[in-house]
Design a binder for this molecule. Sequence first.
Ligand code: A3P
Length: 301
Amino acid sequence: MDEISRPELFDFHGVWMTHFYTDNWENIQNFQFRPDDVLIASYPKAGSTWVSYILDLLHFGQTLPEREKSVPLSKRVFPLEIAFPSLQPGPSQPKLYGTDLINNLSTSPRIFRTHLPVQFLPKSFWEQNCKIVYVARNAKDNMVSYFHFEGMTSFHPEPGDWSSYLQRFMEEKMVFGSWYDHVTGWWEKKQSHPNIHYMFYEDLVEDCGRGIDNLCCFLGLSPSSEEKDMITRRVQFDDMKKNDMVNHSNFRWMDFKKSSFIRKGKVGDWKNHFTVAQSETFDEDYKQKMKNPTLQFRTEV
Ligand code: A3P
């Protein structure tokens, strides 16, 4: 793994962020969406890679089958907000901006993703009335996954030990801000915006085929049953974990000795991390923060 300096968290318009996601802010806010763009949004570690792969296969699995072997998923579905140093070694290499990478995509529709909270989406997105798939995951498993990810990833702040991480999550001092505000903000936006498909990681784990059917319905796609079977097989956890085109194993700033990107893929892994006392404190605090009774998560399936 290559080292880059771990970034500092700072308050950015009321949301904790790092410069890797704010350095290109003007271009993000002026980004021009197209009406057929499909955006995948989530809080970090809620399953956006999984959903990205499903959408990529649904749209291009038949028409561009060769890219399955030659183009990593990270180069098919770019994050809008990234402003990363070049992936090539050398000080004079240009930076990687999500907005440029997306504008250079030759595929149609363009599928790309974001972890931005709802209030940060560029104006053009709403003007073009694009389709958006939001994937949400229960707070406890989401936090566990984020903890392992930040341990292995040098472009995020150090996670520290588990109990201080848990405290920081409850204090909502995470990159991309508060989990509670993120999932609730998108949920409430969906009530007035039919082009948001709000889906849950837990439902996808429980019945991936049904999740894919719902996505097809939302996106107006009608794959053949063979195609759907093929996609359902390819996006299974074990297959994705082995697949070097989707598991990020060649990503320079992740330390795979510490963890994997496609790590456990379970609902309920939080039970291996929270003590009983931590779980009770967390649940109490959760009740205070999550005031919208229509938004319910499952912590086991
Ligand atoms: P875990 O760390 O709990 O295993 P994101 O893509 O948004 O960063 O989310 C990553 C999480 O999604 C990781 O969770 C990863 O293992 C899980 N994931 C990725 N592909 C999956 C799949 N096919 N089935 C179940 N979980 C998957």
